[in-house]
Design a protein around this ligand. Structure first.
Ligand SMILES: *Cc1c(COP(=O)(O)O)cnc(C)c1O
Length: 361
């Protein structure tokens, strides 16, 4: 028997808390990966994901973490040159991945804690140098959420430029209307706002991206969109998938539907508003106004508290938050408010922090 009380409640920006019934769903007996049962599961799951993403595009499942699909996106969709929009650690990594795949690429870096301006992107794309851009919608390392709508308006002026978007820490927490936004590859892993154990990634891939892939050489094997498509036609995956995660995600998508998509997005917004208010009253906010994430808040540690020590003390109370990412360690700390967490749980966390910090006075 698992003693759930031994574990800390995760207020980190992934992996996130997973409900007991979803964890238990992973304990189902195995089925063959070429069986009718697998195709039935696949056939149930994919339409639920299309509904979540407001899309008619193909939705592929990869047995990898999200990074796998970041690699797939550039590998399949960049022929000429990629513009990597960089505003934090994950977007910087996408630039490195692009280069590591032998693609010509340029990073457009802005100060961390700020968001990308549509006008700057338009100017850059007007050079005609690029046939793809990568954008991290919700930069988890800094707590910045980019303005997807505004950027998508610009992208519509460049229909030949592939619009590749990492929504790893926003998908299933924030409304993302893939078809309206014209996103060619919209990717995420299930361990963040989906609130499913890690091991599976999801990507909505447009017909345009498929056509592009046909013109790109050296797409590799594991992440070749054309091979994904071939197996999708059989409601199967290229190789043995993470069947347990598929079960868990399928059940979780029913929970998402039960809650209602709009309610789910609203709950995330409420948790974000609450956490930001608490943070600005007690510390400060790292990200400029207008670009603050609805799934993770980066608190500016302007009081100079010892974040690692705070987290130790929270641990005694079976809670955990995240220190700042990389160089932002101790300068910021991050509170995840995504997945299945509730406003009441956010209040429990901030009450605990207030109490712990009050003790030293
Ligand atoms: C977590 C995260 C990733 C990496 O995800 P993995 O599933 O660990 O590969 C990439 N981008 C963003 C924005 C993330 O939050």
């Amino acid at each position: 028997m698992v003693d759930y009380r031994r574990y800390k409640k995760l207020f980190i920006p992934g992996p996130t808390e997973v409900r007991k019934e979803v964890l238990e769903e992973m304990g189902r007996p195995m089925i063959g990966h070429r069986s009718k049962e697998l195709s039935a599961l696949y056939g149930e799951l994919v339409p639920k994901l299309q509904e979540l993403l407001y899309t008619k595009n193909h939705v592929f499942l990869s047995t990898s973490s999200s990074t796998g699909f970041m690699e797939a996106a550039v590998r399949n969709c960049v022929k000429k040159k990629c513009l990597n929009l960089v505003c934090g650690a994950f977007s910087e990594k996408w630039h490195k991945i692009t280069v590591a795949n032998g693609k010509d690429a340029e990073a457009m870096e802005i100060e961390w804690g700020t968001g990308h301006r549509a006008g700057d992107i338009e100017e850059k794309l007007s050079t005609g140098e690029f046939d793809a851009i990568t954008l991290v919608h919700n930069e988890t390392s800094t707590g910045t959420m980019n303005k997807l709508q505004e950027i998508s308006e610009v992208m519509k002026k460049f229909p030949d430029v592939m619009f590749l978007v990492d929504t790893v820490s926003s998908m299933a927490g924030v409304k993302i209307e893939v078809d309206k936004l014209g996103i060619d590859v919209c990717l995420a892993g299930v361990q963040k706002a989906f609130a499913v154990p890690p091991g599976l990634a999801v990507a909505a891939v447009s017909e345009k991206a498929i056509e592009k892939a046909k013109q790109v050489e050296n797409r590799g094997y594991y992440f070749d969109f054309l091979t994904f498509l071939k197996y999708d036609g059989k409601k199967q995956t290229i190789t043995t998938p993470a069947i347990s995660q598929m079960y868990a995600l399928n059940l979780q998508m029913d929970r998402v539907k039960e809650e209602g998509l709009e309610n789910r997005f609203k709950r995330h917004k409420e948790m974000a508003d609450y956490t930001r208010k608490w943070a600005s009253e007690n510390f400060g906010l790292f990200v400029e106004e207008g670009y603050r994430s609805d799934t993770v808040t980066a608190v500016a540690n302007n009081k100079g508290i010892n974040v690692a020590e705070l987290n130790e003390k929270l641990g005694e109370r079976k809670m955990m938050l995240s220190n700042g990412y990389g160089d932002l360690k101790e300068k910021t700390f991050r509170i995840g408010h995504m997945g299945d967490l509730t406003l009441d749980e956010m209040k429990e966390l901030t009450d605990a922090i207030d109490e712990i910090l009050g003790e030293g006075k």
